[in-house]
Design a protein around this ligand. Structure first.
Ligand code: PEP
Ligand code: MN
Length: 362
C-alpha cells in the first residue's frame, strides 16, 4: 500500500496538527462555547465531537445522533475550524458526508470489525474526504493495517492512522496502554503515513495528557487529538479526561516540538524497539529469578534445624559455582563485577531466609 501521507491535508507544516473538541456533542450551546474557546488556542485547526457513542452498557448516554451533525456544521460556519466525527457504519458515513464533515474517524471498536470497515469503505468509493483510522482495541497490527488498506482501496488518499492505545489486562497507569512500538511498527511498514496520537483515550485522565502528548511528539507524530469541553465536570461522557480550552492552550505551550529530520525519526523508532526488547528481557529475568527462588526454597526445606541437619551449606561448592559463573560472564563479554554482585546478593538473600532462620549460621 502506498499512501500519500506527506501531501495530505492531514499533515500540516506547522506540527503538531491538533484536533480538539468534546468527547460527545451534547447541545448546540456546549458545542459552540467549546469551539469558540478552541478557536483561540494556537495550533488547534480541527474541531471534533462524538455524534454516535458506542457504550459498553445499555442505558448510558448514546450520543445525540444526527442533530449533532447540524451543530457541527454550525461550528464550522461560526469558527472556520474544520470538523471531525466518528462513523461506525455506512449510514452514519453518508450522513456525516451530507453535513460536510471534513475528517471521518474510524473508531477503535469499528477497526476490529472488517465487515463494518468494508461497509464504510464501500460508502466512501469515489468520495474525497480525509479519514483517520484508529488502532483496533486489541493490539493487532494486521487489523489496523487492513482497515487502512480497505480505505486506500476505495480511493481515499487523505489517509492517516490514529493511535489511541490498546485494551490490555493491565493498562495502568493508562486507560489504554500505548504500546508505542506497535504504532511505530505500522509507520515503518507504511512510510509517509500521517500518524496522530489520541492522547485523551490513552491517558484516560488529565494528569497524563502532557507526558503522553510529549512522547508522541518526541516520536515524530504529525498530530494530536485531545478531548476538550468548556465544562468538563458536566460532560456526559469521559468527564475525567477532558480539559477546558484554556487548559489545552497551556498544555500545547508546555510541549516541546522536536524538529525531527527523517533520520532522527528512524533512530527514535529503533530506540523504542530496543527499549521494548530490554523490557521483555527484564520480564524473562524476573521469571527466572522467581523460578530460582522457588527451587532454592525447596533446597531450604532440606536444611532443617541443626540437630536434624543432613546437609550443611557448602562454601566450597558455592566458590566453584561462582567461579563457573564468572568464567561464563567473561566469555559472554559481561562485566564480572556485575555478575558477582548479583549472585552474591541472591545467595546471601537465600542464606538469610533459609539458613540463618534455623541458626545454621551466625
Ligand atoms: C472517541 O474518540 O471519543 C472514542 C470513542 O474513541 P475510541 O474509538 O478510541 O474508543
Ligand atoms: Mn471519549
Amino acid at each position: 500500500m502506498k499512501l500519500a501521507g506527506q501531501q495530505s491535508q492531514l499533515v500540516s507544516h506547522k506540527r503538531p496538527m491538533v484536533i480538539a473538541g468534546p468527547c460527545s456533542a451534547e447541545s448546540e450551546a456546549q458545542m459552540l462555547q467549546t469551539a469558540l474557546g478552541l478557536k483561540k488556542v494556537k495550533g488547534v485547526s480541527v474541531f471534533r465531537a462524538g455524534i454516535w457513542k458506542p457504550r459498553t452498557r445499555p442505558g448510558s448516554f448514546n450520543g445525540v445522533g444526527t442533530i449533532g451533525l447540524e451543530w457541527l456544521r454550525t461550528v464550522k460556519v461560526e469558527t472556520g475550524l474544520r470538523t471531525a466525527c466518528e462513523v461506525a457504519n455506512a449510514t452514519q458515513t453518508e450522513q456525516a458526508l451530507q453535513h460536510g464533515v471534513d475528517i471521518l474517524l474510524i473508531g477503535a471498536h469499528t477497526t476490529v470489525n472488517p465487515f463494518l470497515v468494508q461497509e464504510i469503505a464501500d460508502a466512501l468509493k469515489g468520495v474525497q474526504v480525509a479519514v483517520l483510522v484508529k488502532n483496533p482495541v486489541n493490539p493487532d497490527l494486521a487489523l489496523w493495517l487492513g482497515a487502512l488498506e480497505r480505505m486506500h482501496n476505495s480511493g481515499i488518499t487523505e489517509l492517516g492512522a490514529m493511535h489511541r492505545g490498546f485494551s490490555t489486562l493491565d493498562s495502568a497507569p493508562y486507560r489504554n496502554h500505548p504500546k508505542w512500538e506497535h504504532a511505530l511498527e505500522l509507520r515503518q511498514q507504511v512510510p509517509g503515513l500521517a500518524m496522530y496520537c489520541d492522547a485523551s483515550h490513552i491517558a484516560g485522565r488529565r494528569s497524563l495528557l502532557r507526558p503522553v502528548s510529549q512522547r508522541a511528539l518526541d516520536l515524530g507524530y504529525d498530530g494530536l487529538m485531545v478531548e476538550s469541553h468548556h465544562n468538563p465536570a458536566a460532560a456526559l461522557s469521559d468527564a475525567q479526561q477532558q480539559i477546558m480550552p484554556q487548559e489545552l492552550h497551556m498544555l500545547l505551550q508546555a510541549l516541546k516540538q522536536q524538529h525531527t529530520p527523517a533520520e532522527k525519526l528512524k533512530q527514535n523508532a529503533q530506540i523504542e524497539k530496543l527499549r521494548k526488547e530490554i523490557e521483555n528481557l527484564d520480564d524473562e529475568l524476573m521469571t527466572l529469578l522467581s523460578r530460582r527462588t522457588k527451587v532454592t526454597a525447596q533446597l531450604g526445606d532440606y536444611n532443617k534445624p541443626v540437630e536434624q541437619q543432613t546437609e550443611t551449606p557448602d562454601p566450597v561448592r558455592w566458590d566453584l559455582v561462582l567461579e563457573n559463573l564468572l568464567h561464563q560472564a567473561s566469555s559472554a563479554g559481561i562485566d564480572q563485577t556485575v555478575v558477582k554482585t548479583i549472585f552474591q546478593e541472591v545467595r546471601s538473600q537465600y542464606a538469610r531466609t533459609h539458613l540463618y532462620n534455623y541458626g545454621l549460621s551466625s
